[in-house]
Design a protein around this ligand. Structure first.
Ligand code: SF4
Length: 253
C-alpha cells in the first residue's frame, strides 16, 4: 500500500486531473469512493467522473443541516448527469439522543458539542461510506486554508485503512472555477454570495474580502480547530506539501 501511495504521488505530479482519476482507478483494487459536499471542487470532480464514466462511487454525507441551495444543486447534478448520488445519513437513534442532550443547535455552545455533532452527522456516516473501499477521493486543495496548508496527492489514511487521493491538491480555486465554467458544471449559487466553502447552514457564513476561504466555517472558533474530523490525520496533523501559486504547475484540464 505504501508503494502505491509513492507511485501515485510521483505519477500524479505529471498528469492532469482527469488522468489522475483514471490512473487511480487503474491502480487500486476494489471500490473507490468520492465524497462530495457539492462545493466547487467537488462539483468539478463529479463532472469528470460522471462524464468520463470512471468507476468511482460518488456519495455524499447528508447531515440534515445543509443549505436549501445545496439540496437543489444535488438534485440538479443528478438530473444533468443522470446518476444517483448515494446519501449516507446520521444514525437516527444516536442523532435523537444527541439533540435531546445538547439541544437542536448545541454545537454553538462548546467545541466539544460541535465536534460531537460533526462526529454524529459526518464522521460516523463517512465510516459507513468508506467501509470496504480501497481508496477515497476528496476535493481538497492545498491552498484552502492555513490548516490545510498543503497536502499530498496521495497518502495512506491509517484511520480508515485506505489510500486517500487528492487530485486537486496542487490546483488553485481560480483554475477549478475556470475549468468548471468552461465545462458547464452546475455550481452552488452561494459561491457568488460570498460562500467559497459551503458546509452545514448553521455553521457557515459568507466571508469578507481578504479572509481565508474557510473563515466562514465555524466562524466562532480559531482556525487551527476548524476541521470537522473528516480530513485530519490519526496523529491530528495535516502534512504540508504544496504551496500553490497560479501557473506554477503543469496542470491542465
Ligand atoms: S457543521 Fe455544524 S451542523 Fe454540521 S455536523 Fe458539524 S456542528 Fe453539526
Amino acid at each position: 500500500m505504501r508503494d502505491l501511495v509513492s507511485l501515485l504521488n510521483s505519477e500524479f505530479d505529471v498528469l492532469n486531473v482527469s488522468e489522475r482519476l483514471m490512473r487511480l482507478r487503474e491502480s487500486v483494487q476494489g471500490r473507490i469512493v468520492f465524497t462530495t459536499s457539492f462545493g466547487l471542487e467537488d462539483q468539478y470532480l463529479s463532472h469528470l467522473i460522471f462524464s468520463q464514466d470512471i468507476a468511482i462511487d460518488v456519495v455524499t454525507l447528508d447531515t440534515g443541516r445543509l443549505f436549501a441551495e445545496t439540496y437543489a444543486l444535488w438534485q440538479a447534478t443528478e438530473e444533468k448527469y443522470r446518476r444517483r448520488i448515494k446519501a449516507y445519513h446520521p444514525d437516527a437513534n444516536v442523532l435523537q439522543e444527541m439533540i435531546a442532550e445538547q439541544g437542536v443547535n448545541g454545537f454553538y455552545h462548546s467545541l466539544e458539542a460541535r465536534k460531537t455533532c460533526c462526529g454524529v452527522r459526518k464522521v460516523e456516516p463517512l465510516k459507513r461510506a468508506l467501509a470496504g473501499a480501497g481508496a477515497w477521493v476528496t476535493g481538497l486543495r492545498g491552498d484552502q486554508s492555513e490548516a490545510r496548508g498543503s497536502i499530498d496527492f496521495a497518502s495512506f489514511d491509517t484511520g480508515f485503512g485506505l489510500v486517500k487521493a487528492n487530485p486537486l491538491a496542487d490546483v488553485s480555486r481560480a483554475q477549478v472555477d475556470a475549468a468548471a465554467r468552461v465545462a458547464g458544471v452546475p455550481l452552488n449559487p452561494l459561491h457568488a454570495r460570498g460562500f467559497p466553502s459551503i458546509g452545514c447552514a448553521p455553521c457557515t457564513r459568507a466571508i469578507k474580502p481578504g479572509e481565508d476561504e474557510r473563515a466562514g466555517r465555524w466562524w466562532w472558533e480559531k482556525d487551527e480547530k476548524k476541521e470537522c474530523g473528516l480530513h485530519v490525520a490519526a496523529d491530528g496533523s495535516i502534512k504540508p506539501r504544496f504551496v500553490h501559486s497560479d501557473g506554477d504547475r503543469p496542470w491542465a484540464v
